[in-house]
Design a protein around this ligand. Structure first.
Ligand SMILES: [Zn+2]
Length: 86
């Protein structure tokens, strides 16, 4: 599906201090190792495919100005399968 797309992971797990330095939300899913920020060529296609799939995810947030997608998966608990645009 995405084998022809470039995928660039910009942020995976980060410690509390790094999270604070990059302006992350306190208690961020990144700190828990539950989120990544990625760049793909066709962000809208990625979101459409996620919604149309049975894949479990908590949030897919497209940051339109910066052009990356935040993807998260809760390890223990209910995943909301939310798609948000910021
Ligand atoms: Zn993120």
């Amino acid at each position: 599906m995405y084998h022809r797309q470039l995928l660039h992971v910009t942020s995976g797990c980060q410690c509390e201090e790094l999270n604070r330095l990059v302006g992350g939300v306190p208690g961020s899913q990144h700190v828990k190792g539950e989120a990544v920020d990625i760049y793909v060529l066709d962000r809208y296609r990625l979101l459409e495919d996620l919604v149309g799939s049975r894949l479990n995810f908590d949030q897919a947030i497209l940051y339109r100005a910066k052009g990356f997608v935040h993807l998260s998966l809760i390890k223990q608990g209910v995943n909301r399968r939310q798609v948000l645009f910021k």
